[in-house]
Design a protein around this ligand. Sequence first.
Ligand code: DCP
Length: 114
Amino acid sequence: MTEGDHRSVSLDLLKQKMADFAKERDWDQFHSPRNLLLALVRSREIGRLEKEEKVHLGEELSDVLLYLVRLSDICGVDLGKAALRKVELNAIKYPASKQYAATTITNSRSVGDV
Ligand SMILES: Nc1ccn([C@H]2C[C@H](O)[C@@H](COP(=O)(O)OP(=O)(O)OP(=O)(O)O)O2)c(=O)n1
């Protein structure tokens, strides 16, 4: 996507890009629901994600998404485009061709605070 491209960025596209990003680096092992949630909230402890908790989890994650979408709108940020740009920056920062020690990834402030 280039600057001046006015297409909106779909959540499906971001989902696919993040899935590819993790797969290419063999990072699925670090993207457990618990680790991702901890990366999201940075500090709050959560319980195990049992099946019956999925509806509640979906509601809580929706709150995060909806507030984020609203905040971005108020601040004049095109969240889809900003996120797509961040995905591209992540790929530069963490090349798929490089080997990563588990400690490198688990020490990441994003998904390693477990
Ligand atoms: N185990 C990991 C580590 C990172 N990322 C991706 C998702 C985030 O968008 C981004 C976060 O990377 P960093 O932890 O390096 O954070 P920043 O890029 O924001 O750097 P900094 O916090 O130093 O500004 O990389 C990921 O998917 N899985």
